[in-house]
Write a protein that binds this ligand. Structure first.
Ligand code: DGY
Length: 318
């Protein structure tokens, strides 16, 4: 049986699959596979391990002949038409839990970088502008006693809340469901989105991207954020409408934004690139050696299970 991996992943994936006697086809270039090549190579594959940069849409799914599983190398699966795949008896899996800590850590890194103006300060020093200690130089925001508003208090949102609470931040959250775990252990309070936007000093996004969360933060509701707020997004770029975000960053109403994801990835809005009060990262939320290896391992194990007639470990259900 044949498994297509659409980009070079940590070795463990290939190893597991080869040990089980599967033929593994890997797109070895470190750039997204061309659409035509993707369609050609997946046509007779029994399993496909795609990346979040591959669009697994109706055309792709209709082109498959034998595929039993699409094992996404990501926890987010907005790149896949899961319903359609399921309607063709193809199982879809993702990589939950194993990237929770890495992403929550990076969220904290962005919160600290934004509130303490780390990137601006490094640039200032490298440009030779540091001429001695000054009482008013590059002043930022203290975390203790401020309010962190978590949008989407699932696994990553909750881990972020735990870390933030260690810095003395008060936690509020917006979610479809109540999260008793963090209410009990951290005193977190569930609030409406409008309330969260109005009272948070820092807002961090951890909700998946779907029809309901596309432009969840938009020109109408972004106006209501507190002056001086910090906004961090390590989820998906399309959840924030970047145009009003940029305007509010420019005017100084929003103090700073820490973004790991963008609306039109990998294209970054030029206006965003020119702003001094942003910390922009190239979608590295899960990029630790440990996490990326575990993601590869989980994808391979899901494929092995399904191709040997067993249940997948982490099936996506919609
Ligand atoms: C995901 O898994 O969805 C991240 O965005 C990349 O690891």
């Amino acid at each position: 049986m044949e498994v297509l991996i659409t980009r070079k992943l940590p070795e463990i994936a290939e190893k597991i699959l080869q040990q089980k006697g599967f033929k593994v086809l890997v797109h070895k270039k470190d750039s997204p596979i061309e659409r035509s090549e993707l369609l050609k190579k997946s046509k007779y594959a029994d399993a496909v391990i795609p990346l979040l940069t591959d669009s697994i849409d109706k055309e792709f799914i209709d082109n498959l002949n034998k595929c039993k599983i699409i094992a996404n190398y990501a926890v987010g699966y907005n790149n896949i038409d899961v319903k359609y795949a399921n309607s063709k008896n193809i199982i879809v899996t993702n990589t939950p839990e194993i990237l929770t800590d890495a992403t929550a850590d990076l969220t904290m890194a962005l919160i600290l970088s934004c509130t303490r103006r780390i990137v601006e300060s490094v640039k200032f020093l490298r440009e030779g502008k540091y001429l001695g200690w000054k009482p008013m130089l590059l002043m930022g925001m203290q975390l203790k006693s401020k309010t962190l508003g978590i949008i989407g208090a699932g696994r990553i949102g909750q881990e972020t809340a735990k870390r933030a609470s260690g810095f003395g931040l008060k936690i509020i959250y917006f979610d479809k469901i109540k999260r008793p775990e963090i209410e009990k252990s951290l005193g977190a309070k569930k609030v409406s989105l409008n309330r969260l936007l109005k009272v948070s000093d820092i807002i961090s996004i951890h909700t998946p991207l779907n029809e309901a969360t596309f432009h969840l933060l938009n020109k109408d509701n972004l106006k209501s954020v507190k002056r001086g707020v910090v906004i961090v997004n390590t989820a998906r770029g399309e959840i924030i409408d970047e145009i009003p975000l940029i305007q509010l960053l420019k005017s100084g109403h929003i103090f700073s934004a820490g973004l790991d994801v963008y609306e039109n990835e990998p294209k970054i809005n030029k206006k965003l690139l020119r702003l001094p009060n942003v910390v922009l990262l190239p979608h590295i939320g899960s990029a630790t050696i440990e996490t990326r290896s575990k993601m590869a391992e989980l994808c391979a194990k899901n494929v092995v299970n399904v191709l040997s007639g067993k249940k997948p470990l982490t099936e996506v259900t919609v």
